[in-house]
Design a protein around this ligand. Structure first.
Ligand SMILES: *Cc1c(COP(=O)(O)O)cnc(C)c1O
Length: 401
């Protein structure tokens, strides 16, 4: 079948809740992917940072095949030999005390909301059904009803109400707004260290440190959604390390499996997790042996193969290179590690057409909102590949259509 035939199939039978670039991929290795016509592309999205370790990482693949031949799912009605080892590995790596495994990122967010509310009632003494969680404008935390209920993006929300109460929205990057929004009923503050889907919005230096202090002062649980920023993307294992803080609860997902399988987790540094009792929360697939085995190897190769350091070095190099591209279309480039964005001026006519032109040249990127292109390749990218990417970007941004 050719590209058009695959598009026709999707259009005929599939829900239209996505608008992908019309590239049909069927193979991936490291930073490279191929389409059904045999054309090769540099993947500069890495499945929204789920493929930090590179496509089809051989070690993770080996683990997956071996584990799939032994045992894939027990449910949590019984125990499995991978779960405890996964707990230990991820706790040691992230210096956490407790873990709760789920599948998707949105489920990790839902889990943390439940845990923090319960902590608010049981430990902090908030009156029943009064717990508040503070979130930020332009957040992205997933797609469930509760989560889109506290989104500020009309596309994410409109037509899906009524929504779950108990959330308060403040501007991102504004510590004073956080302090002002806290009441005796505030249980938690949920925030992305860098807002990814909003277009790689980096808060002012010191913001997370200030948030940490404010949360401590008011006995409010600090929850960092590191589903996108975590696991090496920003040049550190967790983005919180840029400000030398520790969240009370950290959410990870996406790259936790290196793109092989949906695995997410809530990591806890406080007594919050202990409020959950048997039967109060769970998931049939959460913590299954296949997921745990895959995640253990995905974490191991991040470390062993020095992908985090590489993200830092290549990220700096990529960003520096982008800053030398002079084009009337570019408003700003910004980034941390390999989480990079190029924002275009509104007159440029939208980021999507540039993404198509980059695709023509063999580079897959995705616009976020109208005017921003994100560059977030797998963390295994090498210097000559960054150089090649910069050449393509320079050509697309400076040559007439
Ligand atoms: C992707 C993402 C989520 C949601 O993860 P899913 O696996 O798509 O449910 C939540 N928070 C952030 C910051 C994300 O980038």
């Amino acid at each position: 079948m050719n590209t058009q035939e695959y598009l026709d199939l999707e259009n005929e039978y599939g829900a239209h809740n996505y608008k992908p670039l019309d590239v049909v991929l069927n193979r991936g290795r490291g930073v490279w992917v191929w389409d059904v016509e045999g054309k090769k592309y540099l993947d500069c999205l890495a499945a929204y940072s789920a493929v930090n370790q590179g496509h089809c990482h051989p070690e993770i693949l080996k683990t997956m095949m071996a584990q799939a031949q032994n045992l894939t799912l027990t449910s949590r009605a019984f125990r499995n030999d991978q779960l405890g080892q996964f707990y230990k590995d991820i706790c040691k790596l992230t210096r956490s005390h407790k873990v709760l495994p789920m599948n998707s990122g949105a489920e990790a967010v839902e889990t943390v909301i439940k845990a923090v509310r319960k902590w608010g009632y049981k430990v902090k003494g908030i009156p029943e059904d009064q717990a508040e969680i503070i979130v930020c404008a332009n957040n992205f935390h997933g797609r469930t009803i509760t989560i889109v209920g506290f989104s500020t993006d009309p596309t994410a929300r409109t037509g899906f109400g009524p929504f779950t109460p108990g959330f308060k929205i403040i501007p991102f990057g504004d510590a004073d707004a956080l302090e002002a929004a806290i009441t005796p009923n505030t249980a938690g503050f949920l925030v992305e260290p860098i807002q990814g889907e909003a277009g790689v919005i980096i808060p002012p230096d010191g913001y997370l440190k200030a948030a940490r202090k404010i949360c401590d002062a008011h006995n409010v649980v600090l929850i960092l959604d590191e589903i996108q920023t975590g696991l090496g993307r920003t040049g550190r294992l967790l983005a919180e390390e840029h400000e030398n803080i520790e969240a009370d609860l950290t959410l990870v997902g996406k790259a936790l499996s290196g793109g092989f399988y949906p695995v997410s987790a809530v990591l806890s540094n406080k007594e919050v997790m202990d409020v959950l009792q048997p039967g109060e929360h769970g998931s049939t697939f959460g913590g299954n042996p296949l997921a745990c085995a895959i995640a253990r190897t995905a974490l191991r190769v991040l470390k062993e193969e020095k992908m985090i350091e590489n993200a830092r070095e290549m990220g700096d190099y990529f960003l520096k290179g982008l800053k030398t591209v002079h084009s009337p279309h570019i408003k700003e480039v910004r980034g941390r590690g390999l989480m990079i964005a190029m924002e275009l001026v509104p007159e440029a006519g939208g980021a999507r057409q540039f993404c198509y032109r980059l695709a023509d040249r063999g580079m897959l990127c995705k616009e976020t909102h109208e005017n921003t292109i994100r560059f977030a390749p797998p963390l295994v990218i090498e210097k000559d590949e960054v150089d090649w990417a910069l050449e393509q970007i320079e050509a697309v941004m400076t040559k007439p259509f």
